[in-house]
Design a protein around this ligand. Sequence first.
Ligand SMILES: *Cc1c(COP(=O)(O)O)cnc(C)c1O
Length: 370
Amino acid sequence: MQFIDLPAQQKRIRERIEAGMKRILDHGQYIMGPEIRELEAKLAAFTGSRYAVAVASGTDALLMPLLAENVGRGDAVFVPTFTFIATAGAVALTGATPVFVDIDPETFNIDPASLEGAIEKIIAEKKLTPRGIMPVDLFGQPADYDAIQAIADKHRMFVLEDAAQSFGAGQKGRKAGALARVAGTSFFPAKPLGCYGDGGMVFTDDTAVHEQLLSIRVHGQGADKYTNVRVGINGRMDSLQASVLLAKMDIFPEEIELRQQVAGRYDRLLAGAVKTPRILPGNVSAWAQYSVLHPHRDKVIAKLREEGIPTAVYYPIPLHMQQAFAGLGYRQGDFPVAEKTANEIFSLPMHPYLQPADQERIAEVITRFS
Ligand SMILES: *Cc1c(COP(=O)(O)O)cnc(C)c1O
């Protein structure tokens, strides 16, 4: 059994992928080929965003909007402590300080009440300027953007959506990637929409931000490549990755629908045996992960492993306890919800091609244990 079955997906689209790769071998535009613009147009339309900018990774898709916001030393950007390291890493790379916030115990997303408290504390300390908030749509479920945007507006801060796990998700009729002024997503192979390497995309409706992103993507270029108006990065996506994503987009809406069915089946099979995920009314998850809680997580995982069933733990260590951020002075106990979640959470195999029989076997092993 596979945790994420990319071979099953590849079987469906292999010919389309090979045709796309051949086209690039023929035209030779490996960097910024026509596939890039085609993909940007397609995904902008999919999310309902005015602009999409294809980039080299999900990490760059978060770093580049922060550079566009001119975030740097002395600035505070608020992030959940329970997320992948790249969310806070992107902030730290600009010289700004990531300020950690606890999570909601039901959705595992940034908790608006804790966020408000963290901002008040930074304002009272008068050391850092509160500049922005980076909610993460963890495991594919959008964060609480109504509450977060209201807090951001009150304090005149920007919101940057970390949609790395939520491409394909939605909230109240809007798509993930379009839930804040700027959003970044990732196409790492294991994400809901993945390429065959690294890739990412930034979405925005803002023309000025879009122009800045285009410049930052190519070393801060101005009118041409050798006129540089700011310091940027090499943040371009390869044409080959764009062609893989174009092939995968043909079946992506259907895959998102299949993920809903897989999640619904898990919900029914596992009710009462573990704490199953809660998707809030108005949200559609992209189901990047199906993550459950159990007080004896490690024992359940060991049983599943004996039966040949793969699992993963996202995330065993909250970011405020990571050595990389030891200098920020956080301590064990600072974020009790995130710390408890990190001890009890684990993720089950989740992909559009997971068979009901496999899900029944997984549930049988877990139910027998509980
Ligand atoms: C995967 C991920 C990223 C980084 O994306 P990469 O493409 O691996 O650079 C950022 N934030 C979150 C929440 C992620 O899951």
